[in-house]
Design a protein around this ligand. Structure first.
Ligand SMILES: *Cc1c(COP(=O)(O)O)cnc(C)c1O
Length: 222
C-alpha cells in the first residue's frame, strides 16, 4: 500500500479528530515525508537531533511547515541545536535536561513545549523517569519560565500481542490525570503521547491523544 493509503487507513481506525497522529519519519527520506504531508499529516516525529536538523530546511524549502516533534532521547549537549527547531520535545526525563532546555529557550526568547517521558515498565530502556519521579519532576519543571509542560509520554515494551501492554497505558493515564489535577502554574497539560504502530489502538482506548506511528505509515525501516 502507498503512504497515502496507509495514512487513510490509520486515520479511519483512529476515527476521531481528538487524537493527533505524529508520523515518525526517522530513517525515511524527504520525498516520503512530502508524500505523507500531501496526504494530510501535520506533525512529524524524529528521534535524532542530527536527522531532524538535516531534514528541517529541506522540508521548509518546499513551503511545508509541519510541527516537528523530537521523540528520541535528548542529550544535554544537543539541546542548543534541538530547541530552535522542535515544536514539542517528548523525551524530557531529568531536571538537568529541563534546566538546559530552559536556558537555551530563554536565549532564543522561546517558550519550549515539552512532555515528561515516563518509563512505566520497560526495564531495558535507560530513558524516562520512574513513575514515582514523574510528578515531583513536573513540579520542578513548572518553575522554569521558558518551558511549558504539556503532558506525558511513554514507550511501551514491544509485544506481539498489544493487550499485554494495556496496563502500561492505564498506568500512564492515571499519572496524567493526577498531573492535570495538580493544576500546576505555567503548565498546559493536554497531551498524552503513547501508542506506536503495534499498539496504538490499545493506547487510544486507554486515553492516548498523541500517537507516534512510523512503520505503519512508511513500511519497515532500512
Ligand atoms: C521509532 C519510534 C516510534 C515509531 O515506531 P513504529 O513502531 O515504527 O510505529 C514511536 N516512538 C518513538 C519514541 C520511536 O523512537
Amino acid at each position: 500500500m502507498s503512504i497515502a493509503q496507509n495514512i487513510a487507513e490509520i486515520t479511519a481506525k483512529i476515527a476521531t479528530d481528538k487524537v493527533k497522529l505524529v508520523a515518525v519519519t526517522k530513517n525515511n527520506d524527504v520525498p516520503s515525508m512530502l508524500e505523507a504531508l500531501a496526504a494530510g499529516i501535520t506533525a512529524v516525529g524524529e528521534n535524532r537531533v542530527q536527522e531532524m536538523l538535516a531534514k528541517h530546511p529541506m522540508i521548509q524549502a518546499t513551503g511545508k511547515s509541519p510541527e516537528w516533534h523530537l521523540i528520541g532521547h535528548l542529550q544535554t549537549n544537543k539541546v542548543r541545536q534541538a530547541v530552535p527547531v522542535a515544536d514539542l520535545i517528548h523525551s524530557v526525563d531529568s531536571e538537568h535536561l529541563a534546566v538546559e532546555i530552559d536556558k537555551v529557550a530563554a536565549k532564543l526568547g522561546k517558550r519550549q513545549d515539552i512532555l515528561i517521558q515516563v518509563n512505566i515498565a520497560d526495564e531495558e530502556s535507560k530513558f524516562g523517569t520512574d513513575s514515582g519521579q514523574a510528578l515531583p519532576l513536573a513540579k520542578i519543571i513548572s518553575q522554569l519560565e521558558h518551558i511549558r509542560l504539556c503532558g506525558l509520554m511513554t514507550i511501551a515494551p514491544y509485544s506481539e500481542n498489544p493487550e499485554t501492554v494495556r496496563p502500561v497505558f492505564k498506568e500512564l493515564y492515571q499519572l496524567y490525570a493526577e498531573l492535570k489535577n495538580l493544576n500546576l502554574a505555567n503548565t498546559d497539560i493536554q497531551w498524552l503521547s503513547m501508542g506506536m504502530t503495534n499498539d496504538y489502538m490499545v493506547a487510544i482506548e486507554e486515553g492516548a491523544n498523541l500517537v507516534r506511528i512510523g512503520t505503519g505509515i512508511f513500511g519497515s525501516r532500512q
